[in-house]
Ligand binder design. Structure first.
Ligand code: ZN
Length: 551
């Protein structure tokens, strides 16, 4: 699971938006308000991705640009999956600001505004992006699925496109055949980088990942990735997350992260994975909903990001990664969790703190802390390993049973169980010096941050539901006069436990209709919250970041 650049005019726009009225009286009102496109661009603030390469060996420094080249090939593939003909689209647009916004969104639909079109005449974004024929009906897809188990497996495969033959019949095209040029380039770069690896485990992974891109058989390379322990450089690459397929959630989209491990911070995190089995047993739910044993081989490390590409770079940027997604690999070896520290710090400073100053009551503001934010995100990732992967009633994996609803529910689970972990470890005295109340208040500030991603994003959707749930249980209240929010500490944990139990039950039963009902009850932004969020935009507080990155 992952949570997902450029400068110049955008940075200048933001500077104006943020500083108007803050300096030199008498302020002359800007006679030209921001155009709608400038307002859209102002939702992002540009951050230069900087990393300290001092700890790298000469070979490792040589690897970085090679891996970036491979990442760029993933970026091209993602464009084809999300939209199609990138260059044709950009050529059809004259306004440079609109072009820029197209690049940020990998298409003409605004990822921070429920995928609404911002270019005239492009129509609605297909729910299944470009993974399926635009004119394919659900009935047609289901009829094809029903033809045979083999056909169903190919149509639902994570690594195929669904296309239509000239005669009209649906066919599947494996990714390595659909994107031969990009795959060839990425494979060549992976094989060029592999001999430069300082650890045999990294070399082996890069070689296996190259073969995986050629065959679309990813499991051996996922297993090899789990065996990487001492590597300083990491490279997440390939078709990984299914968020882009909003239609069925079957298709994985290409992305890449080039990362450098921060060993000092990683040491801080190392011990938490050992608590997973005990915490799984302590979950406040029925025994059957926690009967799977989470892997203890999992590890948790902090990284600085050098380069984001593809899905990871589209719209809102992830600050933490929990992979692989392959349930078999997870059960056998657990997962690895990667905290992207430089991206996280940028979001905390440029977004979270300004939001807190606007929307939290004065007396709780001092509880918004980077360490608490870091811990919440870290435990969110760890919490993906809790709960269950397979339904308890024979409906297969949770992901298959809940289809396109699976991602948002899984993100919600990770949020609430992450806080459960913080609380449980704190109660055991494992987090000395930490105050759970800081985690709760910082969590509330980050709920506002994530809700702004909108309902099209799995994390955004999950956060809207959490906010509404906690507010209706009185764990969060809004002061009418100031329009500011606070956490009611005594009501927070019971509300979180209730929500955990609800989510885990939906997952355990593979209850698709139940998730639909849950979303109907809690999944929309109410008018009051909408007005409060509008205050953030009026203050010029960005929603997310875009990167200045590359060599
Ligand atoms: Zn997550």
């Amino acid at each position: 699971m992952t949570i997902p650049e450029r400068a110049g005019a955008l940075a200048a726009t933001l500077f104006l938006a943020a500083c108007a009225g803050a300096t030199n009286p008498p302020v002359v009102a800007d006679p030209r308000p921001l155009t709608p496109m400038q307002q859209k661009l102002a939702k992002y603030t540009t951050v230069r991705l900087t990393v300290d390469t001092a700890a790298l060996t000469a070979n490792e420094r040589r690897m970085i640009p090679i891996l970036i080249d491979a990442a760029k090939a993933m970026d091209e593939v993602f464009w084809l999956q999300a939209y199609g003909d990138r260059d044709g689209l950009l050529r059809s647009i004259i306004d440079p600001e609109a072009q820029r916004f197209v690049e940020i969104n990998y298409g003409p639909w605004d990822r921070l505004d429920e995928e609404r079109a911002f270019i005239p005449d492009v129509g609605e974004k297909p729910k299944g992006a470009n993974f399926y024929p635009r004119d394919m009906t659900d009935a047609e897809f289901q009829a094809a699925v029903a033809e045979s188990p083999e056909r169903a497996a190919a149509l639902k495969n994570l690594y195929t496109l669904v296309r239509r033959e000239p005669g009209g019949k649906l066919v599947t095209v494996p990714y390595h055949e659909a994107y031969p040029e990009q795959v060839r380039r990425a494979v060549a770069k992976l094989r060029e980088a592999a001999p430069l690896a300082e650890q045999s485990s990294l070399r082996r992974y890069l070689e296996l990942r190259a073969s995986a891109l050629e065959s679309d058989e990813y499991q051996p390379s996922d297993l090899a990735w789990m065996d990487m322990k001492d590597n300083t450089i990491d490279f997440v690459v390939g078709p990984i997350e299914t968020y882009e397929d909003q239609r069925y959630g079957y298709k994985a989209a290409h992305e890449a992260f080039v990362l450098i491990k921060d060993r000092a911070w990683s040491a801080r995190l190392a011990r938490y994975a050992t608590f997973l089995p005990a915490l799984q047993e302590g979950l406040p739910v029925a025994a059957e909903l926690k009967r799977e044993k989470p892997g203890t081989d999992s590890d948790l490390n902090a990284y600085d990001a050098v380069y984001y590409a593809g899905q990871a770079n589209a719209g809102a940027k992830t600050i933490a990664i929990n992979l692989p997604n392959d349930e078999q690999v997870q059960l056998e070896k657990g997962t690895r969790r990667l905290q992207l520290k430089n991206a996280m710090r940028a979001k905390f400073d440029k977004i979270l703190m300004p939001i807190a100053r606007e929307l939290l009551v004065e007396e709780q503001l001092g509880r918004v802390k980077f360490d608490a934010f870091f811990a919440n995100v870290m435990f969110h990732e760890v919490a993906h390993g809790l709960g269950i992967k397979n339904t308890i009633n024979g409906r297969g994996t949770v992901r298959t049973a809940l289809k396109e609803k699976a991602s948002a529910l899984e993100e919600g689970k990770a949020d609430v169980l992450g806080l459960y972990m913080v609380t449980a470890l704190n109660a055991r005295g494992e987090l000395p010096g930490e105050d759970v109340r800081d985690n709760f208040v910082t969590f509330l500030a980050s709920l506002f941050r994530s809700v702004r991603f909108g309902g099209a994003d799995a994390h955004g959707r999950a956060n809207i539901a959490q906010f509404n749930f906690l507010q209706r249980r009185g764990a969060i209240t809004r002061e009418g006069r100031s329009g500011r929010y606070k956490v009611n500490f005594d009501k927070m944990q019971p509300a979180l436990d209730e929500l955990s139990s609800r989510i885990l039950t939906l997952q355990g039963k593979g209850d698709y209709e139940g998730v639909v009902a849950f979303e109907a009850e809690f999944g929309t932004i109410g008018p009051e919250l909408k007005r409060d969020l509008d205050r953030l935009a009026a203050r010029g507080i960005p929603v997310d970041i875009i990167f200045e990155q590359g060599r």
